[in-house]
Design a protein around this ligand. Structure first.
Ligand code: AMP
Ligand code: GLY
Length: 422
């Protein structure tokens, strides 16, 4: 069958490469894709918020299945839009996507089903929020409701900092925020846990750990993700069982009570405190760059797995993994996550041949002009290595990054520092 992948990041390039191996897929179209996907698929430069345009092209190209990478079209209801058409679409519908789109929706669900999460209060105006902060302990976490592209979360060490965060949010820094969440600060180690769901059942889809901060040692501003490794060093069967029973199953039950079903990848952002999981957030998609570390470890046919989810038949698929480690380093434009320049040539990528097994370069913000590759975003390239040890992955990834030697970009050299030898 022909399929379409919606999105343009490293996650979508990794999906594209894996789906290109599928026995059931003939041709892949990417909406809009990037310079990397253009080597294995046909890119269509369209606005992914325009669902009618996606439908028109999908019909023209005989696309039978669409796979949605990023959250925004999901939260805006792309799955509902395609519901009564002949085109299957993989991802959660608008109601279920509130798990990512509305932090208050998720917190209320946690309350109702006793799902472990930090204690929280929701405020509609700044006066009440500030009154609450006057009697709080610090650090404390302040969040804008709604999608904020990984921003909109403040970890505040003092009353002054937290009051200024409340003002920034209500002043509209992250769009029209009508609600502010104030949460207890959880002290532990984070883990990203993934499952894939078919509306009735779900299967484990690996763990990872991303590095969100821009600076080495996990310092500085938050970013979309500077790198990741898989599996997480925290995962164990006992913990996995707790996550499934205490968090995922009640969540899916909560959605069922709303007369809906969850189909798609579900990303469970957790804080692990003494081998106990606490939900920090849900994302209704794969993580980026977690996806780039996880998919190279997948042995099974991703196309078949996704199609079985669209047919409510995930049980018929066995999901198998390589018993290896994986690390992803993200090469960014200088200045990211602040201001950065675009359209800068990445000279050495053109002649860099990646032939070794377990070595991947996924493109994120890139575009090709003639035969050259140019930067087109903040996160530009992802170097991913799979191997028997994390240390080997890291050393090999750093060698590739040295060869790319892009003077207009930077990367964190310490990705996976908790699992590698220095
Ligand atoms: P979120 O967008 O909700 O994932 O938050 C972004 C980041 O802020 C998370 O990955 C955590 O590092 C941190 N964070 C969010 N909520 C909490 C919390 N309640 N306690 C500690 N850290 C948190
Ligand atoms: N890596 C974090 C995210 O995809 O949200």
């Amino acid at each position: 069958m022909n399929i379409g992948i919606i999105g343009s990041g490293g996650r979508e390039h990794a999906l594209c490469l894996k789906l290109n191996e599928s026995k059931i897929i003939e041709k892949i179209y990417c909406f809009p894709g990037n310079a990397g996907t253009s080597k294995i698929a046909e890119n269509y430069d369209i606005n992914i918020d325009n669902f009618s345009e996606i439908k028109k092209i999908s019909e023209k190209k005989n696309i039978e299945l669409l796979i949605v990478g990023p959250e925004k079209p999901l939260v805006n209801g792309i799955v509902d839009f395609f519901k009564n058409t002949k085109i299957k679409i993989f991802g959660p519908n608008k109601i279920s996507s509130q798990l990512e789109g509305s932090k208050t929706f998720t917190k209320m669900l946690c309350k109702k089903f006793n799902i472990p999460t930090s204690n929280f209060e929701i405020f509609k105006n700044r006066e009440d929020a500030i009154r609450f902060l006057n009697n709080s302990n610090f650090p404390i976490v302040i969040k804008a409701d709604g999608l904020a592209a990984g921003k909109g979360v403040y970890i505040c060490g003092s009353k002054e900092e937290s009051i200024s965060a409340v003002h920034e949010i209500f002043d509209g820094k992250f769009g029209n925020a009508e609600l502010v969440l104030i949460e207890e600060f959880l002290k532990g180690e984070e883990m990203s846990y993934f499952v894939i769901c078919d509306g009735k059942n779900y299967s484990f889809f690996q763990t990872a750990q991303d590095h969100k901060r821009v600076g080495e040692g996990d310092t500085g501003s938050n970013t979309g993700g500077m790198g990741a490794y898989s599996p997480s060093r925290l995962n164990n069967l006992e913990l996995q069982n707790k996550i499934n029973k205490k968090i995922i199953e009640p969540t899916l039950k909560g959605l069922e009570d709303l007369n809906t079903q969850y189909v798609g990848f579900l990303y469970v952002g957790l804080m692990i405190v003494d081998n106990e999981p606490y939900l920090i957030e849900y994302n209704v998609r794969m993580g980026d760059p977690e996806c780039q570390t996880i998919l190279p470890l997948l042995k099974s046919d991703l196309g078949k797995i996704i199609l079985s989810c669209c047919n409510n038949d995930l049980k018929s698929e066995k999901i198998e993994w390589l018993n290896e480690k994986s690390i992803c380093f993200v090469l960014c434009s200088n200045g990211y996550p602040g201001n950065y320049k675009k359209n800068i040539k990445i000279d050495n990528i053109k002649n860099l041949e990646i032939k070794e097994k377990g070595h991947f370069i996924f493109h994120a913000g890139t575009k090709s002009i003639d035969k050259d590759i140019y930067s087109d975003g903040g996160r530009v390239l992802n170097v991913v290595i799979t191997s028997d040890t994390f240390t080997d992955c890291k050393n090999k990834a750093l060698e590739v990054l040295k060869k790319i030697n892009w003077m207009d970009g930077f990367y964190r050299k310490d990705i996976g520092y908790k699992v590698t030898n220095l």
